[in-house]
Design a binder for this molecule. Sequence first.
Ligand code: DC
Length: 218
Amino acid sequence: MIITIDGPAAAGKGTISAYLSNKYRLAYFDTGMVYRAVGLQMVLTATDLQNTTAAFKIAKELTFPQMMELSLHPDFRSDIGGSAASVVSAYPEVRAALLDMQKNFALNPVFADGKPAKGVVYDGRDTGTVICPNADLKLFITASTEVRAKRRYKEFLQKGLITTYQKVLADMIERDKRDSNRANAPLKPADDAVVIDTSDLDIAAVLAYITPLVEAKL
Ligand code: DC
């Protein structure tokens, strides 16, 4: 069973993915992590984010354990990590170098403790279009920019990260523009994806809508 959940930042993909992977005992691959790992590695080594050769080298050499280690850094999830990820993810060579790592996970999905799983929930931007075009169920989760910026700002505050709503909103607009306009795998729903706008829905309503879609595929 493969479920792909794509959409812009802070639309609710992470919460939905965690719920589905838990409820249906599916492994979870947050594919934004591969780009965050490359972006953060560039930041930590003071490498210019425009240096495509360096980004490609880091992406080509990235391993799963190295990505997990980088994910422990405080800036992995901050707007520093997010913006760096968005920049490097626009480079076609970087995307190509990280393709196998993402695709191969579905061949042998495992939980965080290494135990095998019967399927996987992918969370990202192109998982239904590029990574798993044959997924059993494809969801595209979206919400207005302001609603997403408010959610992200709240998340940052809860994590104790210092920022302002205006900064989060500006960063979100910039990131959306980059993710949607890049030539390679731009953010868009797969033709066969179910598109859900969560702007006016709480998480319970979204999950109530999605659950029958998943059950129908079991
Ligand atoms: O989901 P996230 O915020 O962790 O993603 C960080 C960046 O990575 C995002 O701005 C775009 C990029 N990304 C991508 O291009 N393709 C994916 N499948 C996942 C993320």
